[in-house]
Write a protein that binds this ligand. Structure first.
Ligand code: SF4
Length: 443
């Protein structure tokens, strides 16, 4: 690339959905002829993709903007926090432009304005951008976003006010992207959205086309088609609606991974109602048991909030009993954090901080024991493992039960004859409360 190529630095904060936005912006910038550089001093301008989900994320975003301003000086802000531009410009009036989440054209337009794109004499897309686009994840797995926004109005969440109502991507576009990624070497597709189970609701499950075949814009049909591509397909952010039952047989058949990431957030019906959670009235335990009857190997991951405003001792105890009964594999738990603008903040009484912390500790103590027991049961089993890293004295991978970054890993000590992206058979030899150890079964 020539010395005159305009150079952009990029800071990507937040969740996998924001990461997908970053990848899309970077793909566009590269196809416009910009070079993406890894340090502030090499960059002519820096884009910061922010997260505004909770106050701690906002503080981190503001800090990142401040750092980019100090180190570089020319900064454009985008992403969730961009929906509340005042909060940024009040603290950092020097930023050149602020655009909101999914405003790809606007952020790229702002870059064009402050750092004009280079004159081009040839087809830029072919020269500069791999067909699968720019990926910020390692080459062997990729997040695939199937929709934007959300039709729910959970009372602790401000995402719909930041990202708007649900807009599903056309099923043919999603499948084209999935196919490009797999052709480029991706071994694992991580399907993300705000509510994956709602895919297609906004289009009334319109029939789209992929490779000349009709295909409905609906979770089951999408999973069925993606399952034919040969990569692992992992579903995130699914709610326990009755129609989720339809994808469990695909898991039992091995078409998609037997893994569901379902953010239950609570178990007590009154708290779920106060949270206005999707599928709050569903009989969750019955549903989980029915899924396990069809697909005994299914891994269930979830997240919960303790100390939601108004949560009583009895409701918290009910949640602990639910954990005992549900026997979930992987669980994250947070204390309630009053995000500015969330309607739940008006629910009384707020739970005192020390009670929240105590509930969190009791919750985690119970769940850690459950997760550890479930991992112990894997010792001796033979599992498929996707290799993530290879070092000098061994390699690290993940089983089908483990999503990158949020779940556990499996360590293959002394085994370096593999590459990231390899899928290998492993016998599990040991486990702790989070990770596994194993030995590769040589073919
Ligand atoms: S489902 Fe609820 S928590 Fe998730 S994005 Fe929608 S409103 Fe927020």
């Amino acid at each position: 690339m020539s010395a005159h190529t305009p150079k952009v630095g990029f800071v990507s904060l937040g969740c996998p959905k924001a990461l997908v936005d970053s990848e899309r912006i970077l793909t566009q910038l590269r196809s416009d002829g910009y070079e993406v550089v890894p340090s502030y001093d090499q960059a002519d301008l820096v884009v910061v993709n922010t997260c505004g989900f909770i106050d701690a994320a906002k503080a981190e975003s503001l800090e990142a903007i401040g750092e980019a301003l100090n180190e570089n000086g020319k900064v454009i802000v985008t992403g969730c926090m961009g929906a509340q531009a005042d909060e940024i410009t009040n603290i950092h009036p020097q930023v050149l432009a602020v655009t909101g989440p999914q405003q790809y054209e606007q952020v790229v337009g702002a870059v064009h304005q402050y750092l004009p794109k280079p004159e081009r004499k040839h087809e830029p897309f072919i020269d500069l951008v791999p067909p699968q686009g720019i990926k910020l994840t390692p080459r062997h797995y990729a997040y695939l976003k199937i929709s934007e926004g959300c039709n729910h109005r959970c009372t602790f969440c401000i995402i719909p006010s930041l990202r708007g109502d649900l807009v599903s991507r056309p099923v043919g576009d999603v499948m084209d992207e999935a196919e490009r990624l797999v052709s480029a070497g991706v071994q694992e597709l991580l399907v993300v959205s705000q509510d994956t189970s709602a895919y297609g609701v906004d289009t009334k499950y319109r029939t789209g086309f992929w490779q000349g075949r009709p295909l409905k814009t609906r979770m089951k049909e999408l999973c069925d088609a993606m399952g034919d591509l040969g990569a692992w397909v992992r579903l995130h952010y699914v709610y326990p609606y009755p129609h989720v039952d339809d994808v469990i047989p695909l898991m039992a058949e091995g078409k998609i991974l037997p893994y569901l990431d379902i953010p239950f957030q609570h178990a007590h019906p009154d708290v779920l109602r106060a949270m206005k959670r999707p599928a709050a009235s569903e009989k969750t335990l019955d549903r989980i048991n029915a899924w396990r009857d069809i697909c005994p190997d299914i891994t269930l991951r979830s997240t919960f909030i303790v100390g939601f405003p108004g949560e009583t001792d009895a409701q918290f105890e009910y949640l602990l009993d639910f954990l005992d009964e549900a026997q979930l594999d992987r669980v994250g738990c947070f204390t309630y954090s009053p995000v500015e603008g969330a309607t739940a903040n008006a629910i009384h009484p707020a739970v005192p901080e020390e009670v929240k912390e105590e509930r969190l500790a009791r919750f985690m103590e119970k769940q850690v024991a459950i997760s550890a027991r479930k991992l112990q049961q894997k010792i001796g089993r033979e599992l498929e493992v996707l290799i993530d890293e290879v070092g000098l004295d061994g390699s690290i991978g993940r089983t089908q039960a483990d999503a990158p970054e949020i779940d556990g890993q499996i360590y293959l000590l002394d085994d370096v004859n593999v590459k990231p992206g390899d899928r290998v058979r492993v016998r599990v030899t040991d486990a702790d409360e989070h990770d596994l150890w194993g030995e590769r079964i040589k073919p």
